[in-house]
Design a protein around this ligand. Structure first.
Ligand code: ZN
Ligand code: ZN
Ligand code: FE
Length: 765
């Protein structure tokens, strides 16, 4: 009999069901340790929905176990629910971990990568510890997971750690259920694990010893170092040096798009940014996304890090290698994806040397291979809650739980830009890692490779293939070429709304406000200012925005002055006061004439309903910026220009034609022009524009609800990455409506695949 049983007068039995993210995060060994500490006997096992504990002992010890469940869970665990039932006491000799079996367990067996935990970090910094300064230190609470997995089940021989034979000390830790490293698959130490090395761009050794110190010195001297991380290579440079950051921009051919900055501690983060508690929590979370936060005055960061942008993408170190490098460099470092412009991040050593040798002066590499490319995730706190813009490292391959199981396994191929795909089976869906823009061969190949990997890891053979309606998306072409016979095309904004519904477990009907740049409509035109009524597999288009004519189509999205001209010509009946608007000082009259001729003839000049186009148009006018150097730049800068205190709003009006309501934004355009001509500052113009757009959005929703009765409202599409717009619309509607914003599933095109999968499941039947 266990010790506790003899001590206590009463022996009780309890079955404790723990629901949430509790598999593959070191949960069972942790329960084992708790049970042993509390003197309980019994067992713990994974089940289809979480973990089941059957524990026997005194009521006090059982209460203590349940209390500690809530208070001390491993960092990567996410407990949603704990249910307890009394069961008959069993005389067991001790506590055991029941090995997992069956399909349910297989599907969740590969966890996401986890940021270094405080205990491992302490060991790395303790001169007396055998892992002092060891850059690959990890345990069951932290370390690489998905990025090193080659196959399932997730066991060391099926990872890129297979080639490293554990030394006796590591093996002891690995086999001891009471040790923090019990069954930590990537466990390693300086005697038996991977080693770091510094290479020159030719792949030869740059130094014999002290690779991290030498890399840090090079960074401090202003050089660029490629650093091998968890999911791929980063390019690093001194974030406080304008010269170093400019050099990186030049070599990477990246004009103005902000770079992410890595710091090693929360204090370091507070020194460069103004953080609220929700931001601090997300920044320090085990997922460690790049978090968009307000840069602090006098942050010390080079202005070239995020030119003209009050936000900075901040990330906390998430591997011991990062911590050691940052400590040695003693300053924040730029850490941007190791690629040229929009290619996928380099992950294999040869690939990195080949593609980055023209950019990096040195390579801080190591011999633990990256099996699955996985870019950093990107997030922002909106309305006090985390909103993930790019869901990748740290989140993938965590499942999104579904309210209702899919009928057959589905593969959804996603959009064209910021692509991620989605696999769904049973009552779970898995979004793949961020693949990026499917504009080149590298990206398309990475996409196909990732689809294959995830299918294999999850043991899913899709029977239904979902895709966007756009015939020219690489993801659509891929879907149509797949061998499976059942293909379902899903309208872009329908998928956006369904994705938000999926995340929130909403069945519909809902009113979905899907505002983005562009998406292929069922009438062949570009949609993007849509209000849809969505029920499971079907939608009805209730309202949209008055369209603008995009002269030269995609070219207009780069040359945003063309969109401004379209909005002006529309609002002023072809006679806008161009000569009084600063934007047109830098646009030759000849170009204006050419674009007007194109538009008049309808030559390559489609009508576009996208809300994002109004942000481009008025942003171009307000910022006097004729061109965007990256997608969404003008809209983003226009958003960030808004004065927080200004509450005025530009007007609009609603029209209705054959059952489709349209928000006519010509009054808004005219009012903005009037203000600009009168010399009203752009911060106030931007604020009034944002308030006007939020007014229009809520008016569309209220009008639809008045005719149909109340129902939940979801806000989705890339425009809702704009915190001012999202918070403004939510404030106007909450109280009268159940308003849902995105959380872990991105509002932009990176989240669309989830919606495609859910719609396709219903349509395919
Ligand atoms: Zn750890
Ligand atoms: Zn070892
Ligand atoms: Fe979209």
């Amino acid at each position: 009999m266990p010790a506790s049983v003899t001590r206590a007068a009463v022996v009780e039995g309890r079955r404790i069901l723990v629901r949430g993210t509790v598999q593959g995060v070191g949960f069972r060994p942790w329960i084992y340790r708790l049970a042993v500490e509390e003197g309980l006997s019994g067992r713990v096992r994974n089940d289809a929905r979480g973990v089941t504990i059957e524990a026997f002992g005194s009521p006090e010890a059982l209460d203590a176990l349940v209390r500690r469940l809530g208070q001390e869970a491993p960092p990567a665990a996410l407990i949603r629910e704990v249910l307890e039932v009394l069961i008959p006491a069993e005389p067991l000799p001790g506590f055991t971990i029941v090995p997992s079996e069956g399909d349910g367990a297989r599907r969740v067996s590969i966890p996401p990568d986890l940021a270094t935990c405080p205990q491992c970090l302490r060991e790395v910094q303790d001169p007396a510890d055998r892992r002092h300064l060891y850059p690959f230190t990890n345990c069951t609470h932290c370390g690489p997971r998905f990025t090193i997995a080659r196959d399932v089940p997730y066991d060391r021989p099926a990872t890129t750690m297979a080639g490293f034979a554990m030394c006796p000390a590591c093996r002891r830790e690995y086999e001891d259920p009471l040790d923090r490293r019990f069954h930590a698959q990537p466990v390693a130490c300086p005697d038996c694990g991977p080693r770091v090395r510094l290479l020159d761009p030719g792949g030869g050794p740059a130094v014999g010893d002290g690779a991290i110190g030498a890399a840090a010195r090079a960074l401090v001297e202003g050089r660029i170092v490629a650093v091998k991380g968890l999911g791929g290579y980063h390019l690093a440079c001194d974030a406080t040096s304008p010269v170093a950051v400019r050099l990186l921009r030049e070599r990477k051919k990246r004009d103005e798009k902000p770079f992410a900055v890595m710091v090693s501690t929360l204090d370091g983060a507070r020194a460069v940014a103004d953080l609220d508690p929700a931001e601090e929590r997300l920044l320090a979370s085990v997922e460690r996304p790049i978090l968009l936060v307000r840069q602090r005055h006098g942050s010390g960061l080079a202005p070239e890090v995020a030119p003209g942008n009050p936000l900075v993408g901040l990330i906390l170190a998430y591997t011991p290698l990062h911590h050691l490098l940052l400590q040695a460099a003693g300053r924040p470092l730029v850490m941007t994806s190791g690629n040229l412009s929009e290619e996928p991040m380099a992950a294999k050593d040869e690939e990195a040397l080949e593609r980055l040798s023209g950019i990096a002066d040195l390579f801080l590499a190591h011999d633990r291979e990256i099996e699955n490319r996985c870019d950093d995730s990107v997030a922002r706190v909106i309305a006090g809650r985390p909103t993930v813009f790019r869901r990748s490292r740290g989140y993938v391959p965590r499942a999104v739980p579904l309210r209702r199981p899919v009928r057959r396994p589905v593969l959804a191929c996603g959009a064209h830009l910021k692509n991620t795909f989605c696999l769904a089976a049973g009552d779970e869906a898995w979004l793949g890692p961020h693949v990026g823009d499917l504009d080149n061969l590298e990206a398309t190949r990475a996409f196909e490779e990732q689809v294959e990997h995830l299918q294999r890891f999850l043991g899913i053979r899709p029977e239904v293939i979902a895709h966007d309606l756009h015939p020219d998306y690489a993801s659509t072409r891929y879907a149509l070429a797949r061998p499976e016979p059942v293909k379902v095309g899903v309208q872009h904004h329908h998928a956006h709304v369904a994705s938000a519904m999926g995340e929130h477990g909403l069945e519909g009907p809902v009113l979905g406000l899907a505002w983005d740049g562009t998406g292929y409509g069922t009438d062949g035109t570009a949609w993007g200012g849509e209000l849809l009524l969505v029920r499971e597999g079907a939608f009805e288009r209730l309202a949209t925005l008055r369209p603008l004519r995009l002269a030269g189509s995609d070219e207009a999205i780069r040359q945003v002055w063309r969109i401004a001209l379209a909005a002006l010509d529309d609002a002023f009946d072809g006679a806008p006061p161009l000569e009084r608007l600063q934007l047109f000082d830098s646009v030759p009259a000849r170009d204006v004439a050419v674009v007007r001729r194109m538009a008049a003839r309808g030559l390559h000049s489609p009508l576009a309903h996208g809300a994002g186009r109004y942000f481009d148009a008025i942003g171009a006018l307000g910022l006097a910026r004729p061109r965007a150097t990256y997608e969404g730049q003008v809209a983003l800068e226009w958003n960030l220009a808004a004065d927080d205190a200004e509450q005025g709003a530009y007007p609009f009006h609603l029209t209705e034609e054959r059952g489709l309501v349209q928000a006519d934004l010509r009054p808004l355009v005219r009012a903005a022009v009037e203000d600009l001509v009168a010399g009203v500052g752009r911060h106030r113009v931007s604020a009034r524009f944002h308030e006007g757009m939020a007014d229009a959005a809520s008016a569309l929703v209220r009008r639809a609800a008045a005719a149909r009765g109340p129902m939940p409202v979801v806000l989705t599409g890339g425009c809702f990455q704009n915190a001012r717009l999202a918070e403004g619309v939510r404030r106007r509607l909450q109280g009268d409506f159940d308003v849902r914003l995105h959380g872990e599933v991105p509002p932009g095109d990176g989240g669309i695949a989830l919606g495609q999968a859910l719609v396709a499941d219903v349509v395919a039947g």
